[in-house]
Design a protein around this ligand. Sequence first.
Ligand code: UDP
Length: 323
Amino acid sequence: MKKILVVGGAGYIGSHTLRHLVHKGYGCVALDNLSCGHKEAVDDVPLEMADLLDKSSLKNVFDKYDINAVIHFAAFSLVGESVSNPQKYYQNNVCGTLNLLDVMLGHNVKKIVFSSTCATYGNPQYLPMDEKHPQNPINPYGQTKLVIEKIFGDYASAYGLKYIALRYFNAAGASTDAKIGESHNPESHLIPLVLKAIKGERECVKIFGNDYDTPDGTCLRDYIHVDDLAEAHRSALEKLDAYQGFINLGTGVPTSVLEIITAAERVTQKKCPAVVEGRRPGDPARLYADNLKAQEILKWKPQYTNIEDIIRTAWNWEVNRKF
Ligand code: UDP
């Protein structure tokens, strides 16, 4: 049976997508170097431990399985770290993807769905952001993803690569059975930090700025449930013969930092200790998606449209988590 190779399959979005594909009857193989991923997040499918910078072990995986298409999640994604250590980001994200493409083409595998990001747009010139919005990333992380998007275009023209790059807004939530969820070390994302403060695992959550030009002064983001992302990846995989290009994945609904905190308090029925700090460098005041293209091309709509429902899945995971 032909397999889908899920690169970064032990990571947050990768593991949810892997589960979704298996549930829909796809044969899958996960590949991960476990630098950020968790082997406990991969169930029922083979997990190949290989690093994208080690081409020979990549080749072994492609020799071992009959791979039909690749979904590529493996990347470093901390904006602040990408500023202080761009070498790590260009090496891993760009060189790693180039190696993956080399091995794919060497094995005549020409289909790829890729994790891109709204960070490729940089500061918004208009909102909601559609795919035509100019791309001027303001940090090396966003640059690495944009470089890879450009590589796909050139490889498509020259070698017939079939690609869809999905530009995510803020991934959030966990599987409904709470068996897998978000687990970063160190954690830097808002929702898990709010839940850890509520649990008493952290003293408080820091609100990065309450003097933005937004209704409550805190930043607005577009939080999209990880299972909605997973569904969109499957749809993209199935559309690769008909369409190549770039598609936003967001709900289109802006939610502020304070709204996240109060929604988490309602879900958990507990207070969240919070303090206001200065702005975090590089944070735009507002970021939210125009997701019409995803609706048209992928025939996809987010199922989670209420932030409390998203946070409830994250909370169930947070209180039961095994890794
Ligand atoms: N944020 C915050 N405190 C934190 C972490 C994040 O106030 O401890 C804010 C951050 O400034 C942004 C939003 O929460 O406006 C989402 O940040 P996150 O790091 O989760 O995702 P990003 O938008 O950077 O991808």
